[in-house]
Design a protein around this ligand. Structure first.
Ligand SMILES: [Mn+2]
Length: 408
């Protein structure tokens, strides 16, 4: 049997809303045309409570997949928590961490299963049959990391004799992300399966667990903008007879992460260097609109601060040509660091923290061309209002009163 392993569509992801939908749809259509069954290890949706229009996108995609002709069918289903399935179409999925709800509460992936558009494989064994061959999948839906080991111990899953067995989950593993002892180690996963499949990680991973293939296809849409996401997106087609697999690339928006080191940075130098580098990347991808992440390092020229760098104007200048993210945390800002150190050491040149703060606020206002005779503390109090709209409205009234004192 040919099994497509395809994951992390994040349908409804707000930043790249259209990409999430179109790339999921195209990838699933292509996978369905190449495989006998689809298995989806989580994060079909970006949120546990997607808006109706996002649910509609997913329903449209899966309804069309259901209408295709499938040679393989689900022939048995047994669940630890007595859930039922409402289709025998071989589209097998689990909710990921993004869809996770409190135990016993419905999540959006369960809704697709209730509607008979796919099979929710959480904590259950699904068997798919094509001709004489049977493939069984045990799956664990996305859980908080510390729950994985106790839950597996409780469920104690076992492969089905004589079938090709797949273990599917949606978690961090310690070998891939060695940050927390809560993350499950590869060798703590149940033994005896022929193939291990995971979601959650957004770049492609090919590895071994208990000496068997361990595959993570990565996401079909960019979300984290990590360096590892620069490689092409896609899915796996695994052949259960030859026990070999291919990675099938899909069309996805190009993403490049660039690092720029600049010494003695001034706002002008910052702007010129970034505009040159960004333009040359854009050129490479024309007519597409790529995603570029720029990481700027180096040190800032004396007399300037990180906040002086014209990031906003660069973003505005390129907004039609590129999705841009500019990171300046590696830019050494001696001036601001000195100010922070002074405050931490209580060196505020004889001023109280209130005076120091109001002088800083006044100098910023002056820099932006505001009248220096305004009551800075009154304006500060207005801006501290918890509601942004209300704060802006009252700040506008404050300025109207100053420019037009008679009418008040
Ligand atoms: Mn994900």
């Amino acid at each position: 049997m040919k099994i497509a392993i395809i994951s992390d569509f994040h349908i409804g992801y707000e930043r790249f809303y259209e990409d999430a939908y179109i790339q999921a749809k195209n990838a699933l259509d292509l996978a369905a045309s190449m495989a006998d069954a689809l298995i989806i290890p989580g994060d079909v949706f970006d949120k546990r409570n997607p808006k109706p229009e996002v649910l509609a996108q997913a329903i449209n995609i899966f309804r069309e997949l259901k209408q295709r002709h499938w040679n393989a069918h689900v022939v048995s289903f047994s669940s630890a928590n007595n859930t039922k399935i409402h289709t025998n179409i071989p589209i097998i999925a689990i909710p990921g961490t993004h869809e996770r709800t409190a135990e016993g509460k419905e999540n959006p992936l369960t809704l697709l299963s209730l509607a008979g558009l796919l099979v929710d494989n959480s904590e259950s064994v699904v068997t798919i049959k094509k001709d004489d061959e049977c493939v069984s999948i045990f799956a664990l839906g996305g859980l908080s990391e510390e729950m994985v080991k106790p839950r597996l111990k409780e469920l104690d899953p076992k492969p089905v004799p004589n079938n090709f067995n797949i273990f599917m989950f949606h978690q961090s593993t310690y070998e891939l992300l060695p940050f927390s002892e809560h993350f499950i180690h590869n060798d703590e996963l149940p033994q005896g399966y022929d193939l291990y499949v995971n979601g959650h990680i957004h770049n492609k991973v090919i590895d071994k667990i208990h000496n068997k293939d361990f595959l993570i296809p990565g996401s079909t849409v960019l979300t984290q903008l990590k360096d590892g996401e620069q490689e092409e997106k896609g899915f796996f087609i695994y052949d259960t007879v030859t026990k070999t697999f291919d990675f099938i690339k899909i069309k996805s928006r190009p993403f490049t992460s660039i690092r720029i080191k600049i010494d003695s940075v001034t706002p002008k130098k910052f702007s010129e260097t970034l505009e040159y580098e960004i333009s040359s990347v854009i050129e490479k991808y024309l007519p597409e609109k790529p995603i570029i992440k720029v990481n700027v390092s180096g040190n800032i020229e004396k007399g300037f601060k990180r906040l002086d760098m014209p990031i906003r104007s660069i973003l505005v200048r390129f907004e039609d040509k590129v999705y841009l993210e500019i990171e300046t945390k590696d830019l050494v800002d001696a001036e601001t660091e000195k100010q922070i150190a002074d405050i931490q050491e209580g060196k505020m040149y004889g001023q109280s923290i209130k005076e120091y703060g109001s002088n800083l606020f006044r100098s910023k206002l002056t820099e932006h061309g505001f009248d220096i005779n305004i009551n800075v503390m009154e304006l500060f109090a207005i801006l501290c209002s918890s509601k942004k709209e209300r704060a802006l409205k009252e700040a506008n009234e404050f300025f109207d009163k100053i420019s037009n004192p008679i009418s008040s």
